[in-house]
Design a protein around this ligand. Structure first.
Ligand SMILES: C[S@@+](CC[C@H](N)C(=O)[O-])C[C@H]1O[C@@H](n2cnc3c(N)ncnc32)[C@H](O)[C@@H]1O
Ligand code: SF4
Length: 376
């Protein structure tokens, strides 16, 4: 099982919180598309003929591409890779791009999962984040998607925003849950270095939410989604039965993936590789047939730490047998030893040889994982 990720590094506007790789200048879109096609062609041995089960257009804003541009990419992948019979093909989309015509086009070229970046259903907060859409457009984008026949829809939401009260957040969740969607990804706002929000914070224009408030909002999220039949299958991800993101599960369980485009990462069990995060240089180097990426050979403990970090965030937890088998008895014993205090405090359960973070431990999952890390 393997997946392909394609990074579309363009956005129409810069959101104040975002530090993903993108450019708001679309001048080189055509050239970049050609470079993506070259990368798809030249790296087709990376996954060694493994069956491709998932294809994911992420960004940036993939919905900036025209239907025929997305189709060109998909056609080349189908031509050069062995794509499974029913792959999951996801497109991250911004609400303001989702007209009925565009959605019909997406459906026609085989996109079968949408991940819509809604972030908030409140105009005040959408403005605070410098989003292009308003709450009405957010709701309409989901309704249009459903009308076009999409039945596997995720929406992204952000909580923990400056000034967001628990009541506001509940209202956001009510809006989301009224939309009959299959999946919600809800992230706590992270104020990233060099973003506009970081600058606002420095100047005292905004205040970070208190940890107690953030925890309240996380608990509300877990409770409200659970009441509506969503399974909390990863710290930030909630899904109706059968609608997990296969592509992301692939990452969390450390299956192979090929990342295409500037800033995209790839993983082949042994190495991690990342492409240059600069559109102009990516285009130039690809055209000159020169290297545009760096590669790191992973040590056993790095692989183990990655596994702990991602698996502990999921409902399936960390598999102790797998740890013994793939990393050795030393890693297994050390892991159990470090986990003991959390087992005693009830923040981790040891169920059927799997370490699973309990409800009580979920909000501090990353801290727990880092305590279980092994440093060479
Ligand atoms: C890279 S974005 C791409 C999606 C699409 N461009 C959009 O914005 O609608 C993926 C998601 O990451 C989340 N995200 C990005 N930066 C974040 C931050 N600093 N804090 C919390 N969530 C963030 C947002 O929910 C966003 O929809
Ligand atoms: S959140 Fe999405 S639309 Fe906004 S800047 Fe980041 S990638 Fe672009």
């Amino acid at each position: 099982m393997a997946g392909i990720y394609i990074h579309i590094p363009f956005c129409r506007q810069m959101c104040y919180y975002c530090d993903f790789h993108f450019s708001v200048s679309l001048k080189r879109k055509e050239e970049l598309l050609q470079a993506l096609l070259i990368e798809i062609e030249t790296r087709n041995d990376y996954l060694k003929n493994e069956e491709i089960e998932t294809i994911y257009f992420g960004g940036g804003t993939p919905s900036i591409l025209k239907i025929n541009e997305l189709d060109q990419i998909l056609e080349l992948i189908y031509k050069l890779y062995s794509v499974s019979k029913n792959p999951e093909i996801t497109l991250e989309a911004n609400p303001d791009d989702l007209s009925i015509d565009y959605l019909n086009g997406l459906k026609q070229i085989g996109i079968n999962r949408l991940s819509i970046g809604i972030q908030s259903f409140e105009d005040k907060h959408l403005k605070q984040l410098n989003r292009r859409h308003d709450a009405r457009e957010a709701i309409n984008s989901v309704k249009n998607s459903q009308e076009a026949g999409f039945n596997n829809i995720n929406i992204d939401l952000i909580y923990g925003l400056p000034g967001l009260t628990n009541k506001n957040w509940e209202e956001n969740l009510r809006n989301a849950l009224n939309l009959s969607i299959q999946h919600i990804s809800a992230y706590h706002l992270s104020i990233e270095h060099k973003t506009v929000l970081a600058n606002f914070l420095k100047k005292g224009k905004i205040k970070q939410l208190e940890e107690k408030e953030s925890l309240n909002q996380f608990n509300t999220l877990v409770k409200k989604t659970e009441e509506q039949g969503f399974l909390h299958y990863e710290i930030s991800n909630f899904s109706k039965d059968g609608y997990f993101s296969k592509h992301n599960i692939n990452y969390w369980l450390q299956e192979k993936y090929l990342g295409i485009g500037p800033s995209a990462h790839s993983y082949d069990y042994k190495t991690r590789r990342w492409n240059i995060s600069n559109n102009a240089k990516y285009i130039e180097l690809i055209n000159k047939n020169e290297s545009y990426s760096e590669t790191e050979i992973l040590s056993l403990s790095e692989k183990y730490n990655d596994y702990i970090l991602t698996s502990l965030r999921t409902v399936w937890g960390a598999d102790l047998e797998k740890i013994s088998r793939e990393f050795g008895k030393g890693f297994h014993d050390e892991c159990l030893k470090e986990a003991e205090k959390y087992i005693i405090s009830g923040q981790i359960t040891d169920t059927n040889n799997r370490l699973i973070i309990s409800k009580k431990g979920k909000f501090i999952a990353d801290k727990i994982a880092s305590d279980l890390f092994i440093v060479d």
